[in-house]
Structure formats: C-alpha cells, structure tokens
Write a protein that binds this ligand. Structure first.
Ligand code: BG6
Length: 494
C-alpha cells in the first residue's frame, strides 16, 4: 500500500502547490499511501529556507481544512519534515546539477528506489526547457525506478502550440511517462459516469440513438474571473473549460463500451469517441457555437468582465460558450450534444442531462386534453450536489389522469461527500501507482484542439458584441436560440 517516491515540484511556492498539492499529499500520508519512504523537493525562484517551507506546508494543509491544530499537529510536522526547498532558475543548467545531487541524496536517505515524479505546477512555457534539462543533467533515474512527469493545463493555445509543447517534453519523457492532469477526470462523479453506464442494465439498454433524444452538459460557475485576469485574457472559456473539461466529459458520455475498464481500453474508446465528434467547417462552427461575456448584474453590484481588475476595456475574451456537437459514434450516432459553460452564471452547477425520446403516442391525451408526450430526463449531478435524478411522468394523486413529472432523487449527504477524496488526491495517487486511466492522453488532447480550433478561428475573424449576458443569468439569449432552433430547451436541475 505504501508508495515510494521523490516528488520534485516546479512551482513549489505557487498557488496550485499551496491550495491543492500539499493538502493532497497530506491526505495520502494520513491514509498511509505515503509513509516513511517519500520526499518532496519544492523549487521556485524565491530563496526560501527548509524551515520556512515546512511552515508553508503546514499552513497549506491547515487552510485546506485538515485539522492540524490538535491531534494532527505532530503528524503535519512530521509530514512537512519530508519537504526540502531549493531555489531554482529554470534556465540555469548548474541549478539542475544541484537539484540532482539533492535528489540522489534523498533517494538514498529515504530509500526511494529511484522513483521520481516531476510535477510542473507552473506556466507551460517553461515545460520544454525544464524537461530538456532534466534529461541533459541526468535527473531521470535509470536504476529500475520510475520517472513520471505530471503537467497541468493549458496544454497549448491551439493544436499547433500544443504539438510544440508536446514535442518539447517528449524529448525527455515518452507518452507512458506523461500524466496530463485534467482535474475533472479526478472528480468522483465524473469517474462514475462509466460505472453508471456500464453496470446498470436499465441505463445501458437505453443509452443509444434509439432512446436518447439529446445530451446536455452544463459547467456553470457563479464566480467571475477573480484574480486570474492575466491568464484568462489570453485564454477565454473555450480554452479554459471546453477544450479540456467539457470535451473529456463528452467523450465519457458518448464512448462505446470498453472491453475492460483500464487505461488502455478506456483511452481507445475515448479517442474513438472524440474522433467521431463531427469536425465542423467554419460555417458550421459559426452556426453551432455561441460565445458570451458577462456584463454587470441587474442591480449593478457585480462588475462587468471588462471592468474587472486586469482586463482590457474592450476585451473580446469570452467568459461563456455554448455549442452543439454531433457524434457519429455508433451507439449514439446522430444524437446532438449541447454543451455550455460560463462564469458569473446563476449558480455553480456541473451537471449532465440525458433527455430521452418520448413515446410515439400519448394514450392519455383524450383524458387530459394535453397533446405533448412526456419525456424522461436523467440528471447526473456532479457539483456541488453529487447524485442522480430521474424525471418520470405519472398520474397525479387527483381524480382524472393529469400526467405530472415526478422525481426519483439520490443525493450524497454532506458526510458522504466529505469522505470522497479530492480530485488531486485521487490523481496523485493514480500517478504514484502508474495508473493512467484518469489522465488525458495526447491523442485526446490533440483531437480536442482540432475540434475547437475551427470555432476559435471563426470567432477571431469577427468582433463580438460584448457584453451580452447579465451576471447571475444563465448566459446569452443566443444560447437558448441554439436549442430552440431544434425545438429543444436547456434542462437545468437545481
Ligand atoms: C479550471 C479553470 O480548470 O477549472 C477555472 O481554469 C475554473 O477557470 C475551474 O474556475 C473550475 O473547476 P471546478 O472544479 O471548480 O469546477
């Protein structure tokens, strides 16, 4: 159960390390997946001492909600004593020599068997340089231990830059050694999509073009751009959310059944699913995608995006995307998939809705005077609720045959949710085990860029009329029109 490894974290003083990585490593320590035989080297430019680093690590796990004030204090301190800080200039070859010496020393001291995880928790423009130096200055071990590289998005800005980035890290690491984090793949309810589809005969039997009318994926956020305008102004919702998280979810929803559930078979089916999403022409992209940018809210208490700290007054960056995708994957061929994501929407809610086809005849219409044919909707609640709702129709309790929607609901309790490991804890644990099931393969990333590049291209050629949605709403009207055009509407299960 205990895993032995040395973690070398580039960006050790950064926000990601503080908010996510140190608390996740601590959770693994609490559970015994990390024990005596692990060490962490944090590197960054700042000249920190080891003592200061230990303080930071303890504070980070405290801030993340772990109880370090009483019984856990000793444990947290013991955990932090495995952390070493080295000030580092990513361009300086000599610094890698010093890093190697420290790594080798820790390898002996903690008996790590040469297992190394290099974690790039920093801006991607440095990934290639770092990877090159890791190889040239011999930081990769060759004594039977593993060398794994974990990288964070953004993996490029489009297919071309993603490929350059991938080529640059591939000089030092092969695909099997590269773990691309998409934190949505570490979320338990997203991992549950496959189990819902492939371990329930009633769901499995209906998950096909004969029965599914359309699929909707909503990744709604209530927060705005916060302190990340510098990054967001160069990215926008398409690059930030759609190319990665949304398309990963779509691949899990539309893939055919893998032979067995492991990294290799899952990847094959996900890549096939993404390849079978229709590649739009520019004209089709224009027809099927909508972008938006938030303005103020109705009472003027929220700033418009363009007035946020660090954004341009005439910014054309989208904070909202909605789109229609069509899959040609055999089981669901022709079924439309509507996706949307945005900041400053009415509510933080990540959910998937499967809208089933109605029956061809409503035998109750004479009795009720209503012609419509009820449909069933399955909602997969991902966040903040976790669980499922099935909307079913049946007679109300009154006289007559008034057909009403009824809801079968399952929601995890907050106690149950609190026990679910955080996405980073799950993913780092997977990386320690060498399990790539929940990481994005290059074939997925590259295909996703190709699907989205054409949309981006049409947008880059036209000036948007921004802002076009009110903060606190569910996005621009054009997103509703996108579905109305097909005689449909967005489902949203609060
Ligand atoms: C990140 C994006 O990948 O996902 C952020 O960069 C976004 O802009 C975040 O807010 C949303 O993640 P979650 O887990 O809060 O849904």
């Amino acid at each position: 159960m205990e895993q032995r490894a040395l973690f070398i974290i580039f960006g050790g003083t950064g926000d990601l390390a503080y908010r996510k990585l140190y608390p996740a490593l601590f959770s693994l320590y609490e559970k015994g997946y990390l024990k005596e035989h692990f060490a962490v080297i944090g590197t960054a430019r700042r000249p920190w001492t080891d003592d200061h680093y230990h303080e930071v690590v303890v504070n980070s796990i405290d801030d993340a909600g772990h109880d370090v004030s009483r019984t856990n204090t000793e444990m947290a301190r013991k955990f932090a004593s495995h952390f070493y800080y080295q000030s580092h200039n990513v361009d300086d070859a000599n610094h890698y020599v010093a890093l190697k010496d420290l790594a080798n020393k820790l390898d002996d001291q903690y008996e790590l068997n040469g297992n190394r995880i290099f974690y790039m928790a920093m801006a991607p423009q440095f990934f290639g340089t770092i990877a090159g130096h890791l190889k040239d200055q011999n930081l990769l071990t060759d004594n039977g231990g593993f060398n794994r590289l974990i990288i964070e998005k953004p993996f490029g800005r489009d297919f071309e830059t993603a490929k350059e980035l991938n080529d640059s890290i591939s000089k030092a690491f092969n695909e099997e050694q590269i773990f691309r984090i998409d934190h949505y793949l570490g979320k338990d309810p997203i991992q549950s999509i496959a189990s819902l589809r492939f371990s329930n005969p009633i769901i499995n039997a209906l998950w096909n073009k004969e029965h599914v009318d359309n699929i909707q994926v909503t990744l709604a956020e209530s927060l705005g751009v916060e302190e990340r305008a510098g990054y967001y102004e160069t990215a926008g919702a398409m690059r930030d959310m759609v190319q990665n998280h949304v398309l990963q979810v779509v691949s899990l929803l539309t893939m055919n059944r893998p032979e067995i559930y492991d990294a290799k078979h899952l990847r094959e089916k996900k890549v096939e699913a993404l390849n079978n999403i229709q590649q739009y022409t520019e004209e089709e992209a224009k027809q099927n995608f909508v972008r938006g940018q938030y303005g103020a809210d109705e009472i003027g208490s929220q700033l418009p995006y363009r007035d946020e700290e660090g954004t341009a007054d005439d910014s054309e960056i989208e904070t909202y995307v909605a789109g229609k995708l069509v899959t040609h994957n055999s089981g669901l061929a022709g079924v439309p998939i509507y996706i949307r994501t945005g900041k400053r929407l009415a509510k933080k809610s990540t959910q998937v809705n499967i809208i089933f086809k109605g029956l061809d005849k409503n035998i109750f219409s004479e009795l009720t005077g209503k012609k419509e044919i009820p449909t069933n909707v399955l909602t997969i609640h991902i966040e903040p609720d976790q669980g499922y709702t099935i909307e079913m129709s049946s007679k109300s309790g009154n006289q007559g045959y008034d057909i009403q929607p009824h809801y079968l609901r399952f929601r995890m309790t907050s106690e149950e949710k609190a026990k679910v490991p955080d996405a980073y804890e799950k993913l780092i644990h997977d990386a320690l085990k060498g399990d790539k099931t929940n990481f994005a393969h290059w074939d997925e990333v590259s295909r996703a860029w190709k699907l989205m590049d054409v949309v981006r291209k049409t947008w880059d050629n036209t000036v948007p009329e921004f802002p076009n949605y009110v903060s606190g709403s569910m996005g621009p009207k054009a997103a509703d029109d996108l579905l109305e055009r097909d005689g449909r509407k967005w489902e949203f299960n609060p």
